[in-house]
Design a binder for this molecule. Structure first.
Ligand code: NDP
Length: 288
């Protein structure tokens, strides 16, 4: 069997086009553009690339982009003051502080300072709590993108056995919460999990968010399963995921490639979250 390759780039493009249509309608209704502020502290090259592509995508969707670049030695208090100003700025619907932050800054203090209503990354504990309890809030962009890719292939994930490998606050845990909300039967695996291969072998859906190149082996995968590879690992051989792609693609029913799978969906979901934030802030209903 050869797996269908899930085209995340194409799915992201479709989502971005839908967001652009809604963003234009929002501007008509609210008399202003939806706006996303992105804050970059320091010169990390990968972060700089992410921030640039987020800014470009925001503008391409017909939304306003506010970029704030601060030097690496910016004191934490100064960053918090900027976050306060963005919280108070009516032109800013979404705030994203690019991670990782320099070592002298307490990441969780910064994330806590962002108003939960502008937290389009969905990292604020209030939004994590809303997701866990089924209240409307913001869902982290990467797992949201993963769910949309799964639903595009499977329709509903209800009743499916899903194994999420990884339990980070930004990918694994919210992924498991989203799948639970969508009525999948969810197993969360991590570095202390015993016999991971046996868990994966039962799964109709496998999400790999581990951070180890080609960690998930093809022979673990149940024939026909849907495999979502979140990993982005820079190796001498280029970008590779957390799944042994060649091995898994010969068994799975469908699989996301790296690059071109989950990555493009992450930015598209960020735009979608910003659009939702703008509608909520302006009291304009979003007709999806
Ligand atoms: P973290 O390092 O925060 O989490 C990794 C998780 O993998 C942890 O829960 C860890 O378990 C688990 N793990 C580590 N080793 C093993 C093992 N041997 N067996 C089972 N589980 C293990 O990573 P992130 O969640 O932030 O990111 C995961 C991957 O996704 C990375 O490659 C990252 O680059 C990528 N990523 C991609 C994005 C995109 O847009 N496509 C966005 C964000 C991340 P434990 O908790 O026990 O330590």
């Amino acid at each position: 069997m050869t797996a269908e390759i899930i085209d995340g780039k194409a799915a992201a493009q479709r989502l971005r086009e839908r967001v652009a249509l809604h963003a234009a309608a929002f501007e008509q209704a609210a008399g202003r553009k939806a706006g996303l502020a992105v804050v970059l502290v320091g010169e990390d090259p990968a972060s700089a690339v992410y921030v640039r592509s987020k800014g470009k995508a925001t503008l391409a969707a017909g939304m306003a982009s506010f970029e704030h670049r601060l030097p690496a030695d910016t004191p934490q208090a100064e960053l918090l003051t900027l976050v306060d100003a963005l919280n108070a700025d009516a032109a800013v619907d979404g705030i994203l502080v690019q991670l990782p932050l320099p070592r002298h800054i307490d990441e969780s203090a910064v994330l806590l300072r962002i108003s939960p209503d502008k937290d389009v990354d969905g990292f604020h504990p209030v939004n994590a709590g809303r997701l866990a309890t089924g209240l409307p809030g913001f869902v982290p962009c990467t797992p949201l993108g993963c769910l949309l890719l799964m639903e595009e292939r499977l329709g509903s994930v209800a009743g499916k056995d899903a194994v999420v490998i990884g339990r980070s606050n930004i990918v694994g845990k919210p992924m498991a919460a989203l799948l639970t909300r969508a009525s999948a039967t969810v197993t969360i695996a991590h570095s202390r999990t015993q016999d991971l291969a046996a868990h994966v072998a039962r799964a109709d859906i496998v999400v790999a968010a581990v951070g180890i190149p080609q960690f998930v082996k093809g022979e673990w995968i149940k024939p026909g399963a849907t495999v979502i590879d979140v990993g982005i690992n820079r190796t001498d051989a280029g970008l590779v995921g957390d799944v042994d792609f060649a091995g898994a693609a010969s068994v799975a029913g469908a699989i996301t490639p790296v690059p071109g799978g989950v990555g493009p969906m992450t930015i598209a979901c960020l735009l979608r979250n910003t659009l939702v934030a703008a509608h909520r802030a302006a009291g304009v209903p979003l007709d999806e």
